[in-house]
Design a protein around this ligand. Structure first.
Ligand SMILES: [Zn+2]
Length: 351
């Protein structure tokens, strides 16, 4: 046990009541042939979220880790040129409208998740790989790309992965900010690094573009080694932890992916664990669960999990990451207090 970890356990504030944040990444720009299906899934989720309310009357809310662009495969096939289809392109209108509808209903909150869910030069450098060639030829979603290429903030065309020049990162984040502003009139204050790989250059550029919070799994991945395994720096990130770049961190470490067989009880058990530690429960539940034929089953599992959570904790509150961040920063006494000894023991895994 090192001193930094002990200190982080004590420094992380505790919450005065259970808080549940649903976080869903990978929504947004997609191949035109896949847009209608995604829009249907978003509208169906809006119905589920609107139907469930906490004791204060607040609807369940889902943060949307938004991918703002994808390669225009039609142009690619004809000219072998990389042109980006962004969310404000007419082919993406149905998804954009579904997102706007969820935001207006107070059940969606958008977050940065990349202008693409890959680094375009790395994708193109890998185009001879059979999996990438197929991906470019078909209408496949970015979830189907090889893992290393789904990281946006390293060059995953080679292993170990290589760093991207800071100036290119700065430019890419400025372009993403412009796209988010065109689509939604503002830039979100929360960013989710793709595959949780990022560095200080990314953080600093995000901060300059208006990001205040970075969602993490409690650690920072810096790239992949020669075998493709994720590398982690040795910091302990906790909810509210500050970074030298000016952003602060949130920790998302409860996983609810019904398409992988996770049942509602899994989410509730994760909530139990976080409540004992005085922590918010940030739940990771990706887009892929809610698409296609199994989407209805996943939505039902989500509804059931949220109802079970409310039945178990009468004081449970739903929140978006941005709202939680504001409460942590303000030390809002209705939400935040210093941790009790029991919270610290739980955080250390002693109880
Ligand atoms: Zn993602």
């Amino acid at each position: 046990m090192n001193a930094a970890r002990l200190l982080s356990v004590w420094r992380e504030p505790a919450l005065t009541h259970p808080v549940l944040v649903l976080e869903s990444d990978d929504w947004g720009a997609d191949a035109p042939g896949r847009v209608a299906e995604q829009a249907r899934a978003l509208y169906a989720l809006i119905q589920v979220l609107r139907s469930i309310r906490d004791a204060t009357g607040r609807s369940a809310v889902m943060t949307i880790g938004l991918v703002s662009g994808i390669i225009d495969r039609e142009v690619w096939r004809k000219t072998a040129r990389y042109v980006r289809l962004t969310l404000d392109h007419p082919s993406q209108a149905a998804v954009r409208e579904a997102l706007e509808s969820g935001i207006a209903a107070g059940v969606f909150a958008i977050q940065w998740h990349g202008l693409e869910h890959y680094w375009p030069p790395a994708l193109l450098a890998s185009r001879a790989q059979p999996a990438v060639r197929r991906w470019l030829e078909q209408e496949a979603p970015t979830e189907a790309l090889p893992d290393a290429l789904q990281s946006r903030w390293v060059d995953g065309s080679v292993l170990p992965t290589q760093a991207i020049a800071g100036a290119l990162i700065e430019q890419a984040i400025a372009e993403e900010a412009a796209c988010l502003r065109r689509c939604f009139g503002r830039v979100p204050t929360v960013a989710v690094p793709n595959t949780f790989v990022w560095n200080d250059d990314v953080e600093a550029a995000w901060r300059r573009a208006g990001v205040e919070w970075v969602v993490t799994p409690g650690a920072r991945h810096t790239g992949r080694d020669a075998q493709g395994r994720l590398l982690t720096d040795r910091r302990w990130l906790y909810n509210g932890a500050p970074s030298a770049t000016g952003v602060r961190y949130l920790v998302r470490d409860v996983y609810f992916e019904p398409a992988r067989g996770h049942d509602p009880q899994r989410l509730v058990s994760g909530l139990d664990r976080q409540v004992r530690a005085g922590r918010p429960c940030l739940v990771e539940t990706h887009r892929f669960n809610y698409l296609g034929q199994r989407g209805a089953q996943a939505r039902e599992a989500l509804r059931c999990a949220l109802e079970m959570a409310l039945a178990r904790y009468a004081k449970l509150r739903f929140a978006a990451s941005e709202e939680l961040g504001a409460k942590l920063l303000d030390r809002d006494a209705d939400w935040v207090r210093p941790p009790r000894l029991a919270h610290c023991w739980t955080r250390l895994g002693v109880t």
